[in-house]
Design a protein around this ligand. Sequence first.
Ligand SMILES: O=C([O-])CC(=O)C(=O)O
Ligand SMILES: [Mg+2]
Length: 236
Amino acid sequence: MVELTKEEKQKLMEVYRKLRVADVRDGMDWNMMHFMGSIYTDEIKPLFRTNFCGFAKTVQFVPTNRTIPTMDPESYTKFSNHWYGNVATYHWGKEIGEDDVLVLDASNTNVGIIGSNNGLEYKSQGCRGIITNGGARDTDELILNQVPIFSRYVSQTMVQGRVEYQAHNIPVNINGQLVRPNDIIVADGDGIVVVPLEKAWDVAKYATQEMEADKKSRRKLYDKMGMTVDASVAGY
Ligand SMILES: O=C([O-])CC(=O)C(=O)O
Ligand SMILES: [Mg+2]
């Protein structure tokens, strides 16, 4: 796992915050990574239009093969607490910090692995966004609280009796794309791009080149059409 200093991370974020997914996609192509890194919105969708970038904090859950014995509801409360505390654990959550993006490989299970409670908690710790090939639940509240999340499913279920924590800070597979701890994640309405951390500056250089050419061109069109300058062309 490549580690960066706080200053190096801040410098990268200053550059990446300005880039659109399309620019980063171009920057990847310029570095001969045409078939790497893209995760599309037909598979992993944002709950609402949003954009973010940050460093991947990876976690993996797997489906369970444990049988659930029949029990009365009072016993189920104990069972549920035990599962949450020992099987589908969220102990890694406290490690999430500023400029992280939580990348949760839930093994494509339709389970509500992120809800409005843990989603808001990670946001409060500085988490920029969440990406999962599993499910989100409490989605009305996730939207109300503007917790930026891209997920495969809108789910209803709890994790108890369904999935188990497997590992964190390991390479994971999201829709056929490798995401390693601290790789850069860029997400917007066009989907998600994963940039290998060791290529981050090379990708940023050509992504910025393409973005600037594009914005200068759009700015001319704004002027030609008498359109009011907005954030997407300001400064060009
Ligand atoms: O409890 C969970 O793991 C998921 C959830 O619904 C929440 O955090 O609100
Ligand atoms: Mg909940």
